[in-house]
Design a protein around this ligand. Structure first.
Ligand SMILES: *Cc1c(COP(=O)(O)O)cnc(C)c1O
Length: 428
């Protein structure tokens, strides 16, 4: 990534960032749908295997199309490197497994995506990693009090799906500093256009690129991004500082400095677990990023307009949108998401869960889908779908109420979106 590109505004970085073709090369990032790459010198290939030289040799470990997506994501977030993965779930899993072994402990905000909660609370627990979930509104002292000698990371979500809590970065970063552990954040709903967590003390960022990065609901993918700012040399992360027996005793921090974490995630975890992103999907995500700035602006504008309309409707009991004055997270949203608060809002219709289901059935243009971040407006009833595996108390802790409808506000004309909700609300 050239220093020249770091000087551009984020709008220009979205459009032009990192891909810089020379004479006769394609103007648009090409899809390199090849599993492998040829070399005529065995010693060169040996150096690639030993990480002494850089270059692609097998797509599970690296591919030029994926590389362009990784470069652009690292540029937009302001990190030293990124790793494209098969899904957002893979990115969350890698973020933790890259630094935690059986016997380690992680503190996470309880207001996170339901899939992440299950990954942590069930699947990673089975591997021997312990999790403590804390209310994102807990005080600094309460967060620090959850620390144990084996605590290795602090996790939260910028704008939580679907609780719509806004993370207090300053407080969480202070807690992570006090515990001397990395602060890991899922920035999926905000995107780097609306919020750059590394500017607020975050060390590692993950995205489900399935959502706003894609923006058109075509592909599942994820990305892990390293700020390069955490000092791993504090005795807690032997996987990064001690010799890796699967790489002839290589020490990641010693050999790769600020990029140690992201190099290890690729060369060890991706090599062994194999959660690779398809180059075709990387192409689509890269294409999505080229319009991210324009889309996020309009998603935010439309969501605020729909939230304002719904909050004035006599059949609507409550509306949750952090950009709405009076929302409990309004002040944090203004502080950390000043350009817009993204396209997700939730609301409850008077009459509880049944009235909510009727409303969803009454909608015409707006469809019910298990997704968000698409340019088409969609709705979902989380309690009966995405969060049904959680218990009642777990649902409440994740910010889910039984009557709640989540709206992913798209890019259609706002008058048409409002009209669809207006008609649907007539007969609930
Ligand atoms: C969807 C989502 C994920 C999981 O991503 P997948 O690409 O579906 O695996 C993680 N975090 C958030 C905030 C999400 O919305």
């Amino acid at each position: 990534m050239s220093n020249e590109q770091k000087k551009y505004s984020i709008d220009t970085q979205c459009v032009q960032g990192t891909y810089d073709p020379t004479n006769g090369e394609p103007r648009v990032v090409p899809i390199v749908q090849s599993t492998t790459f040829t070399y005529d010198d065995p010693d060169l290939l040996a150096d690639l295997f030993d990480l002494k030289a850089s270059g692609d040799f097998y797509t599970r470990l690296g591919n030029p199309t994926n590389g362009h997506l990784e470069g652009k994501m690292a540029l937009l977030e302001g990190g030293v490197g990124a790793l494209a993965l098969a899904s957002g779930q893979s990115a969350s899993m890698f973020a933790i497994l890259n630094i935690c072994n059986s016997g380690d402990h992680v503190i996470s905000s309880s207001s996170i995506y339901g899939g992440t909660f299950n990954l942590f609370d069930v699947s990673l627990r089975k591997l021997g990693i312990d999790f403590t979930f804390i209310d994102p509104d807990a005080s600094l002292d309460e967060i620090i009090a959850a620390a144990k000698p084996n605590t290795k990371a602090l996790f939260g979500e910028t704008l939580a799906n679907p609780g719509l809590t806004v993370l207090d970065f300053e407080k969480f970063a202070a807690a992570a500093k006090a515990m001397d552990v990395p602060f890991i954040v899922d920035n999926t709903l905000a995107t780097p256009y609306l919020c750059r967590p590394f500017e607020h003390g975050v060390d590692i960022v993950i995205h489900s690129t399935t959502k706003y990065t894609d923006g058109h609901a075509t592909s599942v993918g994820g990305v892990l991004i390293d700020s390069g700012s955490f000092n791993w040399n504090n005795g807690k992360y032997p996987g990064l500082t001690e010799p890796d027996s699967s790489y002839h005793g290589l020490r990641y921090v010693e050999s790769f400095g600020k990029a140690a974490y992201i190099v290890k995630a690729r060369t060890q975890l991706l090599r062994d677990y194999g959660n690779v992103m398809s180059p075709f999907n990387a192409f689509l995500f890269h294409l999505g990023l080229e319009t991210l700035h324009v889309r996020m602006e309009r998603h935010s504008e439309n969501a605020l307009a729909l939230a304002t309309y719904l909050s004035g409707h006599s059949k609507v009991e409550w509306v949750k949108y952090p950009g709405l004055p009076g929302d409990p997270y309004y002040a944090l949203a203004k502080k950390y998401l000043p350009k817009g608060q993204s396209g997700i809002l939730s609301f409850g219709v008077k009459g509880g869960a049944e009235a909510g289901k009727t409303l969803v059935k009454n909608l015409d243009m707006v469809r019910m889908v298990v997704h968000l971040g698409d340019l088409r407006t969609s709705v979902l009833h989380p309690a009966s779908t995405t969060h049904r595996q959680l218990s009642g108390p777990q649902q409440i802790a994740s910010g889910i109420r039984p009557e709640m409808i989540r709206v992913s506000v798209g890019l259609e004309g706002i008058d048409d979106i409002i009209k669809d909700f207006d008609n649907a609300l007539l007969s609930v």
